[in-house]
Design a protein around this ligand. Structure first.
Ligand code: DAH
Length: 382
């Protein structure tokens, strides 16, 4: 049998390159060397050197270079041997060809094992510090208006009220006529309505909800009507063209103004704190008689009506010292007539509040536009 005679100077192994432990990488290494030794001891020694050389790779780049030395296309040690094959006698060719192919496959396994080992080591070195605090997931929370709305719903639920939802797009009949606004009443203009068509509009208040509820139900009624309303307003620090209201309605026999006052009192203290300064003054609304307005001392100027430096009127209450918190009153008999209730039999009170106003008073927010701008710096504070 022709013996291995070295690779004739092509693709020789560098000195000292075979310091690796191939056995530790591939447990069958020893058996493989023996198998090759039975065929050709010199070739087996070459194989062993190649394997230990791959196992000695210092890093992934080194491993890549060593793999080229072993089986690179041009100068690889193994490649050079394969080129000798055609010159060998047939029987040698079969025997050695098989040995070369196995050696090549085994060396690929050694290379792969060393690569995995180096990659694991690199991961370890990159350092997984398990004591570093995790990144807190970004959690949202309720909008300040939703906080106020939910608190109000909670309060009124405790007083026996349930929620009634009614449309944001209304007819003028429900928004005005049935609420006792005569056709050419100036209050219709005062509302600065956004009209959709001649008879259809975006509701200017949540009061139309009472009419719809009373048309469907008989007293006793205890309802709240939360929702969004629209006005063609000049936007400034305390006015928006869309905002939120919540009306309330209580209808039964012998309901009095004293019941209304007690309810408003409970409401103001629950929402704005037991020390809150309020005042109740008479005012006109077409759908109540008598009508009143509950004011709260301005949260920004504290009731002085002046700006922080005292030089200008307070930008929020415009010098009034008080802000209007809600309108209220005893339901007008004409509204009862419009829904088919007998005003001699039933009485009731109603109230309607702006949620933005309440949130401003509650949280000391000086600017109504902040509620709709979705600026995270503002919203995160609640
Ligand atoms: N709807 C009125 C408005 O938006 C507010 C209001 C006043 C509601 C008196 C009421 C009420 O329920 O009784 O200006």
């Amino acid at each position: 049998m022709t013996r291995y005679e070295g690779n004739r100077g092509r693709g020789a192994f560098p000195e000292d390159w075979d310091r690796g432990d191939a056995r530790a990488l591939v447990p069958s290494h020893e058996a493989q060397v023996q198998e090759l030794t039975a065929i050709d001891a010199a070739f087996a020694a070459l194989y062993d050197r190649a394997a230990r050389g791959l196992a000695a790779a210092a890093d992934l780049e080194d491993l890549q270079q060593r793999a080229v030395i072993v089986s690179g296309r041009e100068r690889g040690v193994l490649t050079a041997l394969l080129e000798e094959l055609p010159d060998l006698p047939l029987e040698d060719r079969r025997l050695r060809g098989g040995a070369y192919n196995r050696a090549k496959r085994w060396l690929a396994q050694v290379e792969e094992a060393r690569r995995a080992q180096l990659e694991r080591a690199a991961e370890g070195a990159a350092g997984l510090d398990v004591t570093v605090p995790g990144r807190r997931p970004w959690v949202g929370h309720r909008h300040p208006l939703a906080i106020v709305r939910d608190e109000l719903l909670d309060l009124f639920h405790g007083l026996g009220y349930s929620v009634y939802s009614s449309p944001e797009v209304e007819t003028d009949e429900y928004n005005f006529t049935k609420l006792n606004f005569p056709p050419d009443h100036p209050a219709r203009d005062a509302h600065d309505t956004c009209w959709v068509s001649e008879r259809v509009l975006l509701r200017t208040h949540t009061s139309p909800g009472w009419v719809r509820a009373m048309e469907q139900r008989r007293p006793p009624l205890r309802l709240v009507f939360p929702g969004r309303v629209y006005r063609a307003e000049q936007v400034d620090a305390s006015h928006m063209d869309q905002f939120h209201q919540m009306d309330g309605l209580f209808v039964d026999r012998r309901v009095s103004m004293a019941d209304l006052k007690a309810t408003l009192h409970t409401f103001a203290r629950a929402i704005l704190g037991p020390e809150v300064k309020t005042r109740l003054i008479p005012i006109y609304f077409p759908f109540v008689e008598p009508g009143c307005q509950l004011d709260v001392a301005c949260a920004i100027c504290g009731g002085t009506g002046r700006s922080a430096d005292g030089k200008a009127p307070c930008p929020v209450c415009k010098g009034a010292g008080f802000s209007e918190l809600l309108g209220a009153g005893m339901v007008h008999p004409n509204v009862f007539r419009a829904v088919g209730y007998d005003p001699e039999e039933f009485t009731g009170f109603a109230f309607g509040m702006g949620l933005e106003r309440i949130a401003m008073a509650r949280f000391g927010v000086p600017e109504i536009r902040l509620f709709l701008e979705n600026d995270q710096r503002f919203l995160r504070q609640f």
